[in-house]
Design a protein around this ligand. Structure first.
Ligand SMILES: [Zn+2]
Length: 144
């Protein structure tokens, strides 16, 4: 696999060399030569841009992998109660407010529901905006 950071620095170096050559070339006055140098310069600039894009893409993939890993880890730290997943205490009892099951299903991400106005247990997902009713809410601290 290509080392993208090294590729980027090589491309930048090559562009610098072409710039220098163009300076030296001033006395030669060959239109053809100059046109070719311009092509080369533009090609190298494209290489640099392509590598920069590739680097960005790799970074965002790394981020996604880290996020998925976190979520996978999180899944093991949750306990299910009446179809909703909650964080849990050491004794496996549910804690606080659950996460949105729809977002877990659709996005593979955990968004904690938020209380909304209305009856106790009425909650809303801040992400997908779905309303839920009769959601059991537990204490955030054990033994209360
Ligand atoms: Zn949701």
């Amino acid at each position: 696999m290509v080392d993208i950071a090294a590729g980027l620095s090589l491309a930048a170096q090559a562009i610098g060399i072409v710039k220098d050559l163009r300076e030296i070339d001033k006395g030669l006055d060959s239109a053809e030569y100059k046109a070719r140098m311009a092509d080369l310069y533009s090609a190298l600039a494209d290489v640099k841009m392509a590598l920069a894009d590739a680097q960005d893409e790799m970074k965002s993939k790394d981020q996604l992998i880290a996020e998925l890993r976190d979520n996978f880890q999180k899944k093991g730290d949750l306990v299910e109660y009446h179809g909703f997943k909650y964080e849990k205490f050491e004794d496996e009892s549910p804690k606080g407010i659950p996460f949105c099951p729809r977002c877990e299903q659709n996005l593979g991400r955990y968004y904690r529901l938020a209380r909304r106005e209305g009856a106790r247990g009425d909650m809303k997902c801040p992400e997908c905006k779905v309303d839920y009713r009769h959601i059991a809410e537990f204490s955030w601290e054990q033994g209360r």
